[in-house]
Design a protein around this ligand. Structure first.
Ligand SMILES: Cc1ncc(COP(=O)(O)O)c(C=O)c1O
Length: 414
């Protein structure tokens, strides 16, 4: 039996309707931007394996860091113990994060990084004697993850509909005026945004002035600003962190995905010193009672450190800038077909559609057609995007852009 057949007998895949979805692609090896299948095909990973991969698959230096750490220590409880990879990664992150972020709390994926941020914000106000500050302000089209808190903060959508009875309510806004009205009307615990780029909500690019404006409003109304940089962190928008476009420091930042260059799950929620200090007390009820078995997993931290070494030693951000120029030129040619948006290493086109949204059938049909041409893309309904690992070469990018161009130009025939 093939891998796909064996898979079909026992597995349940994320975001997949098993009754109608094509068989999963059996990948047996991956190197650089390429995935190799059991039946001998080579496919370009045009979505960085759900936005996590940045330096390419099976990178020799990352492989070596992982193997070295596995030889020394695989994992140890992080309540009461500490270890070099966790300490060093926190030190290195604090060096490069927007100035003022001074404490690192580890968890193990993007959703938990957001859950931690939400819980920190609520308890921060409680510890400071303002427990009435409970409202979260979030943006329409937001996506913050699939756990219950992260879903609550996300847009009300097909992803969350089935779980509406589980979710807490938040105030969703569309712009700064809207946000200011909300800040005046509610006791707000925090404003939560995906700075510069909303990902799963449709690859929506925001101006830096908006992000700077959110910071100003949070200062004016004395509330916390949480930046969810799970997608945007580590160079994806062209800067190391998207907050840098607006030269602002959030009170809390959430990181995951490219934190370990796509190797292992790890989450970081980093805060400023004042947020941390609100939890210091003789009163033990003020402790942040949150943790996961794999908190600060040493293997993940070691790869995270090796990834930061690559940023330091190689021209990684220059590659993203080169990629951005190529994406602007390539997607620029598609403007007549829809709204084109490019930032850093991400390019998207929102195709004109009678039924826009995640369930637009054009998405899976295009995905199948791209796959036939050796390009792995997962359009978000009528939003087709390309987000490859930063190590993609100029000629590989040109090839992928050509596939996208050729297929989209045939669209009216479908
Ligand atoms: C902005 C943002 N936040 C949070 C998440 C959730 O991360 P994870 O899938 O690791 O739980 C995602 C995942 O796509 C994301 O894009």
């Amino acid at each position: 039996m093939s891998l796909s057949d064996r898979d079909r007998a026992v597995l349940w895949h994320p975001y997949t309707q098993a009754l109608t979805a094509p068989a999963p692609i059996p990948i047996v090896r991956a190197e650089g931007v390429w995935l190799y299948t059991e039946d001998g095909r080579r496919i370009l990973d045009g979505i960085s394996s759900w936005w996590v991969n940045i330096h390419g698959h099976s990178h020799p230096k990352l492989n070596a860091a992982l193997a070295k750490q596995a030889g020394e220590m695989e994992h140890v409880v992080f309540a009461g113990c500490t270890h070099r990879p966790a300490v060093e990664l926190a030190e290195r992150l604090i060096e490069i994060l927007p100035p003022g972020l001074a404490r690192v709390f580890y968890s193990d994926n993007g959703s938990t990084a957001v859950e931690v941020a939400l819980k920190l914000a609520i308890q921060y106000w409680r510890n400071r004697g303002e427990p009435q500050r409970k409202t979260f302000i979030t943006l329409h089209n937001a996506y913050h993850g699939d756990t219950v808190g992260a879903m609550s903060a996300s847009e009300d959508s097909v992803f969350t509909q089935a779980f509406s009875t589980l979710l807490f309510s938040v105030e969703r806004v569309r712009g700064l005026d809207d946000m200011e009205r909300c800040l005046q009307a509610h006791p707000v615990a925090a404003v939560l945004i995906e700075p510069m780029l909303q990902g799963a909500g449709g690859m929506i690019v925001w101006p830096a002035e908006f992000v700077a404006g959110v910071r100003r409003l949070c200062d004016r109304y004395n509330t916390l600003l949480i930046a969810d940089e799970v997608l945007t962190g580590f160079g994806r928008t062209g800067k190391m962190f998207a907050c840098e476009h607006a030269e602002m420091t959030p009170d809390i930042i959430c990181l995951s995905k490219a934190l370990t260059a796509g190797y292992l799950p790890l989450g970081v929620t980093a805060t400023t010193a004042p947020v941390y200090e609100a939890f210091l007390s003789d009163d033990r009820t003020r402790t942040f009672f949150h943790g996961h078995s794999y908190t600060a997993n040493p293997l993940a931290c070691a790869v995270g450190l090796a990834s930061l070494d690559l940023f330091r030693d190689e021209a990684v951000l220059a590659n993203v800038a080169r990629l951005e120029r190529q994406l602007r030129a390539g997607f620029g040619l598609l403007r007549s077909m829809g709204d084109v948006r490019v930032i850093g290493g991400v390019a998207a086109i929102e195709l004109k559609s009678d039924k826009p949204g995640y369930l637009d059938q054009i998405g899976p049909r295009l995905a199948a057609a791209f796959l036939d041409r050796g390009l792995l893309l997962r359009p978000l309904g009528n939003v087709v995007y390309f987000m490859p690992p930063y190590c993609i070469s100029e000629s590989e990018t040109a090839w992928a852009l050509e596939q996208i161009d050729v297929l989209l130009r045939r669209l009216p025939l479908w």
